[in-house]
Design a protein around this ligand. Structure first.
Ligand SMILES: Nc1ncnc2c1ncn2[C@@H]1O[C@H](COP(=O)(O)OP(=O)(O)O)[C@@H](O)[C@H]1O
Ligand SMILES: CC(=O)OP(=O)(O)O
Ligand SMILES: [Mg+2]
Length: 403
């Protein structure tokens, strides 16, 4: 039997997203999500695309290993179990690949050890990614397991963008540089944006704004990333759901010396208690918008800070690229929130950026322009599909393993 299916696992700190695809036509067979792992009210939602069956349950899922086993059971119920001979490989999102991994990689013990070594620079993500890999390996030890790294797309950044202005010997000793993340999404969305414009990726310059719970911007010049907003870790850059983004590093010394806070306390403060949740108590943009509509000033200020930072990055990346063909909004907030898109671009008419109110209000899952024809720079909403991109890269690497 020809093995043409790829299972993709995207393990986050408290969730697992998954998709099963048939790579003959890139068709999605099943997808789902387990969220709030480790809590009493963990939620599993599974959709079998083939039959249209949707199953949802709320029950405690203790850890990532239990979550993956629950996913395997759901797939088995639909006749799509992990024991299928049609499964060619399992593709894993791995957030930090450091300087070692610039391309998708078949996972062996050496690769596992390197992903583990990088935990200190991706503490929220790499541990979850590792559990996902190890559990999948135990379920199907015979299958190739492929790691697709968030950092890989950004390895084309020039040294002028990738290096921090700190002592070179210290930076090199500790491999301190800007790696960037969400690369699978930036790669997919920049290519999809070129397609929307009817052009080849090599012929366009795009600013991609990936605005999810984690958020990052990138400047993509002729298909290659030349700058991105996240750095050594996914903490730098834009204001995020729970992360501060850019900050004067002296804030940390101040908190240590004057606030007498420990390194771990500051780490938790900046990664989990800052950003939108730190500013107004909510990290979900839907809730923040609802509060603003009710006249909540704290929510409004959080929104303004979020937009101010975003606008600064659009301007900065315009300068980095020199010529911009398109600005593309993606991920949970970017794809769904028209007020964020409108506010981020407001006042940038002299840079050639305009948004059409009616087009911006359209809700759709398709890539679409939201700028009027008069706009010199196209403004677009381009839904990301990290899972499809991971499956494509995985399948390209392992080919038809079982054929
Ligand atoms: N309809 C919507 N309007 C505004 N924001 C939304 C909407 N749907 C989702 N979001 C935002 O998207 C975020 C999740 O985005 P997503 O890309 O799925 O993030 P992640 O992959 O980091 O979990 C939510 O926290 C919420 O702020
Ligand atoms: C790297 C990163 O921030 O990922 P996520 O948005 O999934 O948290
Ligand atoms: Mg995401």
């Amino acid at each position: 039997m020809t093995a043409t299916r790829v299972l993709v696992l995207n393990s986050g700190s408290s969730s697992v997203k998954y998709q099963l695809l048939d790579m003959r036509g890139g068709e999605r067979l099943a997808l789902g999500l387990v969220e709030r792992i480790g809590e009493e009210t963990s939620r599993l939602k599974h959709t079998c695309v083939k039959t249209g069956a949707v199953r949802e349950s709320i029950a405690p899922v203790a850890d990532h290993e239990a979550a993956l086993k629950a996913v395997a059971e759901e797939l088995t119920k639909d006749g799509l179990g992990l024991d299928s001979p049609e499964l060619a490989a399992i593709g894993h999102r791995v957030v930090h690949g450091g300087m070692t991994f610039t391309a998708p990689t078949v996972i062996d013990d050496t690769v596992l050890a390197e992903i583990e070594r990088l935990i200190p620079v991706a503490p929220l993500h790499n541990p979850a990614n590792l559990v996902g890999i190890r559990t999948a390996m135990a379920l199907r030890p015979d299958l190739p397991q492929v790691a697709v790294f968030d950092t890989a797309f950004h390895t084309t950044m020039p040294e002028s963008a990738a290096r921090y202005a700190i002592d070179v010997a210290t930076a090199d000793a500790y491999r301190i540089r800007r790696y960037g993340f969400h690369g699978t999404s930036h790669a997919y969305v920049s290519r999809a944006t070129a397609k929307l414009l009817g052009k080849a990726p090599e012929d366009v310059n795009v600013i991609v704004l990936h605005l999810g719970n984690g958020a990052s911007a990138s400047a993509v010049e002729r298909g290659r990333c030349v700058e991105t907003s996240m750095g050594l870790t996914p903490l730098e850059g834009l204001v995020m759901g729970t992360r501060s983004g850019d900050l004067d590093p002296a804030v940390i010394f101040h908190l240590m010396r004057v606030g007498e806070m420990s390194t771990d306390e500051i780490d938790t403060l900046l990664n989990k208690k800052s950003g939108l949740i730190g500013l107004c108590g909510d990290n979900d943009m839907r809730e923040i918008r609802r509060r603003i509509d009710e006249g909540d000033e704290q929510a409004e200020l959080a929104f303004d800070i979020y937009i101010h930072r975003l606008k600064k990055y659009i301007g900065a990346y315009y300068a980095v690229l020199g010529r911009v063909d398109a600005v593309a909004f993606t991920a949970g907030v970017g794809e769904n929130d028209n007020a964020v898109r409108e506010a981020a671009v407001a006042g940038l008419e002299l840079l050639g950026l305009e948004v059409d109110g009616a087009l911006n209000a359209v809700r759709s899952d398709e890539p679409r322009l939201i700028s009027p024809t008069t706009s010199r720079v196209a403004v677009a909403v381009v839904p990301t599909d990290e899972e499809l991109e991971i499956a494509t890269q995985t399948y390209a690497l392992v080919g038809n393993y079982n054929a």
